[in-house]
Design a binder for this molecule. Structure first.
Ligand code: PLP
Length: 447
């Protein structure tokens, strides 16, 4: 594990003087469109801690957006990636291949749901994986339409902006967007008009009716969904929704794509979140948690679908870079060795217990949801718990800020910006986890 001491320490204002100096340099040269949640500059990170250039140590409830599930300096990742760096940094798999790429694809075939023959292709980023899933589905079905869902997030490239639901900040001013993208309702239990218990059946019926009436099932190449919606607010589609949509896809020759870029690789306490309801996707996109912080992404799926594009139709200069592949093999090794699915389940138990107690005291907490180490609270105007559920983005912002000041890094999300999300590294110690939750509780009391 990391050499970073697993202890919170706040020795300056946050951000401290050195971070502020770096921030001034950054503002002068880094494009303003690239934001940062908290402008403390990182010196080192590992386990559940990020140490900044001023010597502060923050408890990490963000994992670099669900990436460093094994920590930001996991021993096996560092060891394997370093060894690979010594051997060679790059050849381009499309020029002369190497074993690491094949090994990652073998692991993906083994770990993803379903016992059918599977193949994979590797890329650099989540958005690139999603784009390629669409290419593959279109080549296989010879159809064009792509169906996505309310509150969905799939990336920032042109096609994935079109697939993403939220305008600000992801799409605003960046159109025109790719055509043949259609958006249908998702079973958002907390905000479903007739109640969470009806959301699964009603939302799936509405979505299917819209696809049939407005698009025509026979025109649809792919249906793409996050089994737990990430940026949209950690929305777990109500029970029954995913199986119904998956069955509709299968019945109509549509490629069902699970975008597990955020929810995959032990994050929800299972290798992949779609396993929770026994859904077996045709294609699955992965990235974020796959390689312990190195840039890697994949599309994995049924061999006959993956083999549909012509030779040379898929690829990219850096896709499946050997150092990133070595990192992935180190991350997967760590997940298996430390039973990080078990750890994620334990994190859920601790967090949900503490958050439920907080919800008793602070009625701005409208909903507690998520699975494993992908947990969120949705914040509403005080006193509206069973009423208007008016989104309270101000509370989310104020709480995040208060936590940051105390040395706890938390992130917000949600279509209405009113969701605080918790994505600790799965290797975080339970004492740090509880200390982080103490800070959160203190922040509630303070605002
Ligand atoms: C982050 C994310 C993406 C985009 O991944 P990038 O690596 O940022 O391109 C796509 N889908 C989901 C569900 C994500 O969470």
């Amino acid at each position: 594990m990391s050499a970073v001491p697993q202890e919170r320490r706040v020795v300056t204002a946050i951000p401290g003087p050195k971070s502020q100096e770096l921030q001034a340099r950054r503002t002068a040269t880094v494009a303003g469109g690239v934001g940062s949640v908290l402008p403390v500059f990182t010196a080192r990170a590992g386990g559940g801690v990020i140490e900044d250039v001023d010597g502060n140590r923050l408890i990490d409830f963000g994992s670099g957006i669900a990436v460093t599930s094994v920590g930001a300096s996991a021993e096996a990742v560092v060891r394997r990636a370093s060894a690979q760096l010594q051997d060679f940094t790059h050849t381009c798999f499309m020029v002369t291949p190497y074993e690491g790429y094949v090994e990652v694809c073998e692991q993906l075939a083994e770990l993803t749901p379903g016992d059918h023959a599977k193949k994979s292709a590797l890329f650099n980023s989540g958005a690139e994986a999603v784009e390629n899933a669409v290419k593959i589905a279109r080549a296989y079905t010879r159809r064009q339409a792509v169906v996505v869902f309310d509150h969905g997030y799939h990336g920032r490239t042109n096609l994935t902006m079109a697939l993403t639901a939220k305008n600000m900040p992801y799409k605003h001013g960046f159109g025109p967007f790719a055509p043949e993208v259609y958006r249908v309702p998702v079973a958002y239990g907390y905000r479903w008009p007739t109640g969470a218990e009806n959301a699964g059946a009603e939302a799936s019926a509405q979505a299917i009716d819209m696809i049939n009436k407005q698009v025509g099932a026979e025109n649809v190449a792919a249906i793409i969904i996050e089994p737990v919606l990430g940026e949209g607010g950690f929305i777990e589609p109500a029970k029954g929704f995913l199986p119904a949509i998956s069955k509709f896809a299968t019945d109509n020759g549509i490629v069902f794509v699970a975008d597990e870029i955020q929810s995959g690789f032990c994050r929800t306490g299972q290798w992949f979140a779609c396993e929770d309801e026994g859904v077996v996707p045709d294609l699955i996109t992965t990235a974020k948690g796959i390689a312990g912080g190195l840039p890697l992404a994949a599309v994995t799926g049924r061999a006959e679908i993956m083999d549909a594009p012509h030779a040379g139709g898929l690829g990219g200069t850096y896709g499946g870079n050997p150092v990133a592949c070595a990192g992935a093999l180190g991350a997967i090794e760590t997940m298996k060795e430390l039973d990080l699915n078990g750890k994620a389940k334990r994190i859920e138990e601790v967090m949900k217990g503490r958050l439920a107690a907080m919800a008793e005291k602070f009625d701005v907490i409208g909903d507690i949801r998520g699975r494993g180490a992908m947990i969120a609270i949705e914040l509403v105007e005080s006193g509206t718990k069973d009423g208007a559920k008016t989104p309270n983005a101000a509370a989310a912002g104020a709480l995040a800020k208060a936590c940051h000041q105390e040395g706890l890094l938390v992130l917000t999300c949600g279509t209405y910006g009113n969701v605080l999300r918790f994505l600790p590294p799965l290797v975080i110690g339970e004492d740090l986890l509880n200390e982080g939750l103490d800070i959160l509780e203190g922040a509630f009391a303070a605002i």
